[in-house]
Design a protein around this ligand. Structure first.
Ligand code: BGC
Ligand code: NOJ
Length: 803
């Protein structure tokens, strides 16, 4: 069943009831100021770092779920309601939430009053705007009392939710007209404050949460709201908030709009105060002036829409598959932007307080993002490479604010270095910008250690080549892509991190998956350096590729599929010799797409994957699921069967198999798998799937789970980038390459062709793919051999491929 529908023309998903199975969220913001916003207006805002600059408070794992966020109350006679249903929870006469690209709209109606609330973060500004329009559609004159409120977070989200002996003493605000300033800790070492303001005179305010709420009351029924008053409270310690009250007379048919502004300001140290103890508000005043009228708001919304239209206009497709088109044209690319911005930090499943930017995560996110804003991808590559160590290994994560490696998690994830090769090659193929390879890039962020980026790539490749185990396969370290396959961990201490503990550094456990990566990215590196004239280096890397490929073909092959690994005692993992976990998906995907063992191995491996791992929602990670804890495997065996890495459909790795099907020219196989978990294709099963039908989730519970088919961990997953790569470069076959754009589709029988527009290095390629007798590629009217469309002079290049 569905809880809404796609509005393709508006690029919106329209949710038609507030009681979605889980909060269905959207993201606002582009580079600095970000907000999460649910279909009932929940969520929170932060500046750059969701842990260290949390602006508004959000309680994860709260009951009920998703309380708090943007708190709007409309009081009309005895009725109190909220345009997005929460927080008031009063049943509405009508409700709609429209999640668009960088904005969300809530339309609620009660007793003839229509409210429309639109929230967005304007381009390049450090604030969230909330425009509330109220229309009296009744025959009666109304006198509405309206509250708009937020609860402040005391900046560090972890401290905010743990250190109460301090926190309940430090809350401070300033009040100036219709603006409440939150300035906790500004008196000492912070140079930033936040504000909440409305562009109309307020009838009253509250800044002390407990005064506003009253004893024994929650956000659904604050005492101030129940009494239709404000206490004009001034927070001092305890929990500071900002509640603004408006008194709004509305004649029949009359409409009024108000603009609420939630802003964030940083001041230079020497400009912190305008008088002793008084914050310098000049920057806040400027921000408020920039967004003071509804016309200014409307302009910001138009700018945002134009921005997205232009961005997405760089890659569009039109085919007979409406659902594929809407994923490619809008929602998959949108999610790629969100994962690029957030990495794995802030969602309704990621608390924003733990992992910062992941090395492997950000490298992979870039694969689906690089065509959108290459310049930002370039900066990101340098940031990522800057946490690498001189031996080629790397920190696993970094914090977005200071960009330094996270020492708590450290290094030792042996797939990490190769992802840097993957994303840098993708960047250069997209842009032709080889100069990135000369960019001086430090090791471990140490000044003076800078070497050209190319040297980082070289050390990545060498790291894998020189860290091999008894079978000649790459050593796995703490884990490879599968964070839960911890072969050197042997943990027996409850709660100990499986990823960071290692009680038995065998120096032996090996990964067939990393072998697949090395074959693919080692070859890509060799091609790159041979283009730089470094033929000898290319040769020696290819020699290492040959060795590792041979190891994967022999020790890595189980007869019907690729093995997954060798454990610390040199025993195979993912083999029919095992009692459980006999086959894993990752090497079937990566080794086949890397071409290991050619078609013969490839076809067998994919057939086995489908046979043992296939379910209605894709391919499960492994089979059979582990039913007992095994210290020699680690976290993977800690999950109940069917969940997470122990046998769910871990969506991230499914597109590798889609790409593997494409490598074998199997269009039906590729398309069938793609459609089994592409969100638009499973929208009808939202009551089972439960997460948002417009974005990918990390996992979908497998057949062994009680809740088979239920998804979790939506939004921040490498599934976004890889699915986009799979559909755009695999199925549609539009592949950026050094010397041009390759067009090499791998379509199912059900598709006769498609048209696509792809902006590539400033030229707009208008591509038509169709079935026909006379096969071949025609570029600007001329037949061209092969599948490479050479770089065109532009501005437009017409490409027709007959297949
Ligand atoms: C999860 C993995 C994740 C890891 C990150 C584990 O608990 O199952 O999916 O990559 O934590 O630290
Ligand atoms: C989620 C992590 O973010 C990612 O880095 C990892 O590869 C997958 N889980 C699989 O464990």
């Amino acid at each position: 069943m569905r809880y809404g529908y796609f509005d393709d023309a508006a690029r919106e998903y329209v949710i038609t009831r507030p009681d979605t199975p889980l909060p269905w969220i959207n993201y606002l913001g582009n580079e600095g100021f970000f907000s999460l916003i649910s279909n009932t207006c929940g969520g929170y805002a932060f500046y750059r770092d969701a842990k260290l600059r949390r602006i508004t408070r959000f309680r994860y794992n709260n009951v009920p779920h998703d309380e708090g966020g943007r708190l709007f109350y409309i009081c009309d006679g005895d009725a109190t309601w909220s345009p997005a249903f929460l927080p008031a929870k009063t049943p509405l006469d009508s409700y709609r939430c429209r999640h668009g690209l960088g904005y969300s709209v809530f339309e609620g109606e009660k007793q003839g009053v229509q409210a429309e609330l639109t929230c967005l973060v304007p381009m390049g500004a450090s604030c969230e705007l909330q425009k509330l329009t109220l229309r009296n559609g009744s025959q009666d004159a109304k006198r509405l009392t309206v509250y708009g409120a937020v609860e402040w977070c005391l900046w560090n989200a972890v401290d905010d939710s743990t250190n109460y002996q301090r926190n309940w003493n430090i809350g401070e605000v300033e009040i100036e007209g219709s603006t409440i300033y939150h300035k906790t800790e500004y008196r000492e070492r912070r140079n930033h404050y936040a504000f909440y303001s409305v562009n109309a005179p307020v009838a009253g305010f509250d800044t002390d949460r407990d005064t506003f709420l009253g004893r024994f009351r929650g956000w659904s029924e604050p005492q101030a709201v129940a009494q239709r008053i404000s206490y004009n409270s001034k927070a001092s310690g305890w929990a500071p908030m900002a509640a603004l009250r408006l008194e709004i007379p509305l004649a029949p048919g009359e409409e009024k709009s108000f603009l609420f502004r939630l802003g964030y300001v940083e001041n230079p140290e020497e400009e912190k105060f305008s008088a002793p103890g008084v914050i310098n508000k000049a920057r806040a005043h400027a921000l408020l002036a920039a967004y003071d009228t509804c016309a200014q708001f409307d302009a910001a919304l138009s700018e945002l829409k134009a921005y997205w239209a232009k961005l997405l206009g760089q890659f569009t497709v039109k085919s007979s598959e409406e659902k594929l088109d809407r994923m490619v044209n809008v929602w998959n690319q949108y999610q790629c932007m969100v994962t690029f911005n957030m990495s794995r930090s802030a969602s309704y499943y990621e608390s924003g307080t733990g992992r910062g930017m992941g090395f492997r995560d950000s490298c992979q996110d870039l694969l689906g993002f690089v065509h959108l804003i290459p310049q930002r991808a370039r900066e990101r590559i340098i940031d990522i490479a800057s946490i690498q160590f001189p031996d080629g290994s790397t920190y696993h994560q970094y914090q977005p604010l200071d960009k330094r490696g996270n020492a708590d998690v450290g290094s030792g994830f042996n797939d990490d270095p190769l992802w840097l090769v993957a994303c840098t090659c993708a960047y250069i193929r997209e842009t032709g910008d080889f100069t990135i390879l000369d960019e001086p890039t430090p090791f471990n962020n140490e000044k003076g250690s800078e070497v050209p980026l190319l040297e980082h790539l070289r050390r990545s490749v060498n790291y894998t080549a020189t860290h091999r185990g008894p079978h000649g396969l790459p050593l796995i370290g703490r884990a490879d892509w599968n964070d839960c396959l911890n072969l050197n961990c042997f943990s027996h201490t409850p709660g100990e991190s499986f990823q960071t503990c290692s009680n038995f550094e065998s120096g032996k456990a090996e990964s067939v998956f990393i072998a697949g990566m090395f074959v693919k990215y080692g070859k890509e590196y060799a091609e790159l350096v041979s283009r730089l004239g470094l033929g000898d280096e290319a040769k020696s890397v290819l020699a290492a590729v040959d060795e590792i490929e041979a190891a994967a073909r022999t020790a890595g092959w189980d007869g019907e599929w690729f093995r997954r690994a060798y454990d610390a005692f040199e025993r195979p993992v993912g083999s029919r010799q095992n009692d459980e976990g006999q086959i894993f998906i990752e090497p079937q995907g990566f080794c086949v797409l890397a071409g290991i063992g050619g078609r013969a191995y490839g076809q067998k491996a994919l057939a086995s994957a489908e046979k043992y791992l296939g379910n209605d929602f894709g391919l499960e990670v492994l089979h059979p699921c582990y039913t007992t804890y095994r210290d020699y495997l680690g976290e993977i065996s800690s999950y109940p069967p069917g969940y997470k890495e122990n046998g769910s459909v871990f969506c991230h790795n499914n597109p590798w198999v889609t790409l593997a099907y494409c490598a074998l020219d199997d269009g039906n196989g590729a398309f069938d798998l793609y459609t089994r978990n592409a969100p638009a294709y499973i929208e009808d099963r939202s009551e089972i799937h439960r997460t948002e039908p417009y974005c990918y989730s990390q996992t979908i519970a497998g057949r062994d789970a009680q809740n088979y088919g239920e998804a979790k961990n939506s939004w921040l997953t490498g599934t976004a980038a890889w699915s986009f790569v799979a559909v755009s470069q695999g199925i549609l076959g539009i592949r950026p390459d050094y010397d041009g754009l390759r067009v090499h589709p791998c379509l199912p029988d059900a598709m006769d062709g498609f048209t696509a527009c792809r902006t590539f290095r400033g030229v707009r390629y208008e591509i038509t793919v169709r079935r026909g007798e006379t096969k071949g590629l025609v570029v600007d009217g001329k037949a061209v051999p092969g599948d490479l469309v050479p770089l065109a002079a532009g501005p437009v290049c017409a490409v027709t491929l007959t297949i």
